[in-house]
Design a protein around this ligand. Structure first.
Ligand SMILES: [Zn+2]
Length: 362
């Protein structure tokens, strides 16, 4: 379990800024857009400075808003970064770094690239016409006021979402489809070199959940999606960056995918593999998640759990579990945003279209 990186203080207040159709002549250079453009193009401050003939300190001051670049400089930077000049004037809904899991080995550049692509997907969706194929946002919020991962509030939050979305008892058919039906943007992208499984950006009007596309494990990916949903429901822009919120998101995901009331009587008290294989097929979650659930709910003793996990390791199931569940669930609705990027968004960097196409499922 990794940690979530901290964003800049005060960014939550700016998250209320709305995008609007732009007229370049009447809007201001947006310092945060410059950083986003560098992130998405993977260009360092030093490289950009060299390309336009200023010092790296000058770029840093442009990005912090300390100094305002001339129109010529903005045009030169846009050219160097291969983005339309209008991109650097597009009002920005600022957001913290995002809820990243498993950050330890991630490279900052790859992580920031993934985050900036998710930001662009949000920007497309909130442009005029961008939301036409998207469901209206229906996200119940249940802010958790404690860092205690075992707080009843966490479990209650998961139950609240199931109730509020009228999810029938038992296994959830398709977690990604469920998120999309309630207006949450879901994309898959390559994150192998960033060593991140999933993250989310809690934009108020259009939150984004990003899932890795190099994971063949449907069960784990469903858990990732439910984990990120937990962040959006419980933490929003108010808290991130501590390991306790990761534990809370895990508890949320476990209750959301495997409600105690529905699964308790189905779980074995020992490593009954035949039974666990059946449950994996029925609930579409990993064996590891089922065993953890059995332990958390007190159905399986800690020592029986330890024995079971040893069995998992001994059989090589930590790396590849038996009973494959098929391909991960695919986002469907974000495909429409491709058309917005191609036709309606003059500010969208056209060079990014192939990368954007890679985030969608036709
Ligand atoms: Zn997390």
């Amino acid at each position: 379990m990794g940690r979530c990186p901290r964003g800049r203080p005060g960014s939550a207040a700016r998250a209320r800024t709305r995008l609007y159709p732009l007229e370049v002549s009447t809007v201001l250079f947006q310092p945060e857009r410059l950083r986003l453009a560098r992130d998405v193009e993977k260009v360092s401050q030093t490289a950009l400075a060299g390309a336009i003939g200023v010092t790296p300190a000058a770029i840093s001051q442009f990005e912090s808003g300390e100094t305002n670049p001339s129109e010529d400089k903005v045009a030169a930077m846009a050219d160097a970064l291969d983005v339309p000049t209008s991109f650097l004037y597009l009002p920005m809904v600022d957001m913290h770094e995002g809820f990243f899991r498993s950050l330890r080995k991630s490279t900052v550049v790859e992580r920031r690239w993934a985050r900036s692509m998710a930001h662009l997907v949000h920007d497309l969706a909130t442009q005029p016409g961008g939301a036409s194929d998207l469901a209206p946002l229906d996200l119940p919020l249940s802010r958790v006021e404690t860092f205690d991962p075992d707080a009843e509030q966490v479990v209650e939050a998961a139950r609240l979402v199931r109730r509020s979305w009228n999810v029938p008892a038992g296994p959830i058919d398709d977690v990604v489809a469920l998120l999309e039906e309630h207006g949450i943007l879901v994309v898959r992208m390559p994150m192998g070199s960033a060593d991140v499984d999933a993250f989310s950006l809690p934009f108020g009007e259009r939150p984004v959940v990003v899932l890795s596309n190099n994971k063949s494990d449907r069960g784990r990916s469903r858990f990732d999606a439910a984990h990120e949903l937990g962040h959006l429901v419980m933490h929003g822009t108010s808290v991130w960056g501590v390991k306790e919120v990761e534990a809370q998101a895990h508890r949320f995901a476990a209750e959301f995918l495997m409600p105690e009331a529905d699964i308790r009587h189905e779980l074995p008290s020992t490593a009954d593999w035949a039974r666990l294989f059946e449950l994996k097929q029925r609930w579409h979650v990993s064996l590891a998640a089922l065993l953890m659930r059995a332990k958390t709910l007190g159905v399986m003793s800690p020592s029986a759990y330890t024995t079971a996990m040893k069995g998992i390791s001994a059989r090589g199931w930590r790396r590849v579990e038996p009973i494959p569940l098929g391909a991960p669930e695919g986002p469907r609705r974000t495909t429409a945003l491709l058309d917005v990027a191609r036709k309606d968004a003059d500010w969208f960097p056209r060079a990014l279209l192939p990368a954007l196409e890679g985030l969608t499922v036709e």
